[in-house]
Write a protein that binds this ligand. Structure first.
Ligand code: PLP
Length: 456
């Protein structure tokens, strides 16, 4: 303990998200003090490669002065204005224009929120609002998947398919049906090929729609590559199949690209990587590299027109936040997207994908690793027994140990359930990638020694 230090103050005064607060009172925080490129330094002066880009988000690295300048200039010019009731300001207009230019053809209108959770709550309300306007108020239910992560507010937390975000909060609180997570290694049945697995999941989707009634289902929401549930890549043909079935029953498709968006998967958007076009696309995180809070919902003309027609009838769209399209966030977002384009960071992700992924796939032989999966610059290593696919020891313990020892080795990664997730800044270099592999390798070997010594 360090009396009168930041550590002591944190223990005395702060409540942390996603934290065992009693354990925190004993252990205290790891205080991050500064950033430089893909690296961050803690208050003890120890430097780490940020292998998760903060929370899957800092595309341009931790020292981009162009973003600091963009924020400062906007703060001096017009620090705040809103966009309620026909008001507007240049940063949100320019950013919306840029987002429409970058997102797939057909997605033409942008609504801003401050976080991914708020964005998904807003999507729920948009779907309800537009179906109310179309005179079919019963078409409200959402389809999601187990292990999905769509946020933690009341509606987005309902869409999320992880028990830890739901059961102790009395969620779901909105009508939502969770379908099977499209993770072949985990949920494929004995002897089932990947194509058969995909066909089974698509049949489950269609059977569910028919059983519950297409007239009761408003939208399907999914992450192209699932992130916070453990980094799961979808099987071949899954997404185009989902879209075909949903559209057959007039169900909107929402691509939650809060993690996937802006180059993470080696394509601009996850939906492009997996060959489908959603009706609604949600982005955040890499939109501003998380230098400022911001999320953007982009909708196609069909969705926009249904909402707009209803606002004409009602005289209003009764939804919006004080900071919707905050000018400083939007100025930072615009500059961030320019950097991503000018420095070809999406191209960098694509170029480094083979090196990054192959180096991680090499750990598939490690005795503690059950599966390695990923695409672009996002990956997950599932810590499990290769034969039984079950966790070795207490669920989550091995993955937590790997993340803790990786931090000792100077690499920040994140344990999510039994997986170790990696999602480095898009600016990383070949040498950084090799260093990530080396540090992770040492953490895995040290974890094996710990397991063999009876630690788990
Ligand atoms: N959707 C996805 C796919 C996410 O990964 C996250 C956060 O990690 C969210 C939504 C929620 O975003 P936020 O934490 O900004 O509320």
């Amino acid at each position: 303990q360090r009396p009168n230090s930041l550590h002591a103050s944190d223990i005395a005064h702060s409540m942390h998200p996603y934290t065992n607060m009693r354990l925190h009172e004993e252990k205290g925080p790891m205080i991050m003090a500064s950033g430089n490129g893909a690296r961050v330094t803690d208050s003890d002066g120890k430097e780490y490669i940020e292998g998760l880009a903060g929370l899957w988000s800092v595309a341009v690295g931790f020292s981009e002065t162009r973003l600091a300048d963009a924020a400062y200039e906007q703060l001096k010019k017009l620090p705040y204005y809103h966009s309620f009731a026909h008001k507007a300001h240049e940063p949100s207009i320019r950013l919306a224009e840029k987002i429409v230019e970058m997102t797939p053809e057909g997605l033409n209108r942008v609504f801003f929120t401050n976080s991914g959770s708020e964005a998904n709550d807003t999507v729920v309300k948009m779907v309800w609002f537009l179906n109310n306007g179309l005179g079919r108020p019963e078409k409200k239910k959402f389809l999601s998947r187990t292990k999905a992560y769509h946020g933690i507010t009341i509606a987005s937390g309902s869409l999320t398919g992880l028990a830890g975000n739901q059961k102790d909060f009395d969620l779901p609180a909105i009508p939502v049906t969770h379908l099977t997570c499209p993770h072949y290694w985990r949920y494929g049945e004995e002897g089932e090929t990947e194509a058969e697995f995909t066909a089974r999941l698509l049949k489950e989707l269609e059977d569910t729609i028919i059983a519950e009634g297409p007239e009761t289902i408003g939208a399907f929401i999914g992450e192209p590559v699932m992130g916070a549930g453990g980094v799961m890549t979808p099987p071949e043909g899954y997404w185009p199949g989902v879209v075909d079935i949903c559209h057959k029953y007039d169900i909107l498709v929402v691509s939650d690209e809060v993690i996937n968006g802006f180059g993470r998967t080696g394509a601009r958007f996850g939906c492009e990587r997996y060959g489908f076009t959603p009706d609604i696309l949600v982005s955040s995180k890499q939109l501003t590299s998380s230098y400022m809070p911001l999320a953007a919902i982009v909708v196609n003309d069909k969705v926009y027109n249904a909402i707009a027609d209803n606002t004409a009838k009602l005289g209003n769209f009764g939804h919006g936040f004080t900071a919707t399209g905050h000018p400083v966030s939007c100025a930072v977002g615009l500059e961030n997207l320019k950097i991503i384009e000018e420095d070809d960071l999406m191209g960098n992700a694509k170029r480094l994908e083979p090196l990054f992924q192959d180096g991680l796939r090499a750990f598939a032989d490690h005795p503690l690793v059950g599966e390695v999966r990923g695409v672009g610059l996002i990956a997950g290593l599932e810590m499990a027994d290769k034969k039984t696919k079950q966790p070795i020891g207490k669920p989550g313990a091995v993955a937590a140990k790997v993340a803790a020892l990786a931090a000792e080795e100077g690499l920040i990664c994140r344990n999510v359930y039994d997986s170790v997730a990696l999602c480095p800044p898009l600016i990383i270099t070949e040498d950084d990638v090799k260093e990530i592999h080396a540090r992770l390798g040492r953490a895995l070997d040290r974890t094996l020694e710990w397991v063999e010594a009876g630690g788990v």
